[in-house]
Design a protein around this ligand. Structure first.
Ligand code: GLP
Length: 251
């Protein structure tokens, strides 16, 4: 299904290297925290944000940003992995960011991959985001098939936090983090596209040539649920921060 919209542009910021693009994302996140020290960040996992989180840790150590009052909500989590599983997104966030900055662990939220009532856990997650006042800045990556968080192609533009089945392609892509492909969970909890579009500002980071086609479709292709990232063009304040390789196919 193709979705027609009136405003359909996305800001694009291109940097020659992944390091520079990542530093730019860190600067934007730190800027949001400094503007609203008790605000709410939406955070992402995957290989892409690692350097941005390192840059953010550097800024924290240099005294340029204080996370003590901030609240964070992560996009997604695998179903079936406990928080301390090395491949859980909660574990990733603790290792890659939270334990190296002064965020209060009690104010960091990741969907619960072991929830006994998943539907209830999802609506509770939505309520917690609402009660926190909504997300000020949401960081995103992009999948090769245009997925954002775990909203795979076909996800509804107004979808909310829910349980989803991962596509074979996503399972294959994420197998690199596991010992074998059989260990990759088949299901996840993800914020919905509707949830993501409610963030006041969205920053999508894409690095490397492998993302160039997905980036091109996001920026220039039809706005369609078949390429979830293209739905971001419905939002007023989205910036795609790219390295030159990811920007290669943009006209
Ligand atoms: C994952 C995540 C997404 C992420 C994407 C790309 O499966 N759920 O949030 O943006 O795939 O991952 P990577 O940054 O490793 O390429």
């Amino acid at each position: 299904m193709t979705v027609e919209t009136e405003s359909n542009s996305i800001n694009v910021a291109i940097f020659s290297t992944a390091e520079e693009a990542s530093r730019e994302v860190a600067r934007r996140i730190a800027g949001a925290v400094n503007r609203r020290p008790d605000g709410v960040l939406g955070l992402a996992t995957g290989g892409t944000p690692v350097k941005a989180y390192q840059a953010l840790i550097g800024m924290y150590r240099d005294g340029k940003v204080d996370f003590s009052k901030i609240r964070t909500f992560n996009l997604d989590e695998y179903i079936g992995l406990p928080a301390d599983h090395p491949q859980s997104f909660r574990h990733f966030m603790d290792q890659q960011l939270f334990q190296s900055i002064n965020v209060d662990p009690e104010r960091t939220f990741v969907p619960d991959g072991l929830a006994s009532d998943v539907a209830q856990a999802c609506s509770q997650y939505e309520a917690m985001i609402r009660d926190a006042g909504g997300i000020d800045l949401q960081l995103l990556g992009i999948g090769h098939n245009g997925h954002i968080a775990f909203n795979e192609p076909g996800s509804a533009a107004d979808s909310r936090t829910r349980q989803v089945a991962l596509t074979d392609e996503t399972i294959e892509n994420n197998a690199r983090f596991f010992e074998s492909i059989d260990q990759v969970p088949r299901h996840a909890i993800t914020m919905g596209i509707g949830t993501i579009l409610e963030a006041r500002e969205i920053v999508l980071l894409a690095l490397g040539e492998g993302k160039a086609e997905a980036v091109k479709k996001m920026v220039h292709g039809p706005i369609t649920e078949q390429h979830p990232a293209s739905l971001l063009r419905r939002h007023r304040n989205v910036t795609a921060v790219l390295d030159a390789a990811a920007a290669r196919r943009l006209a």
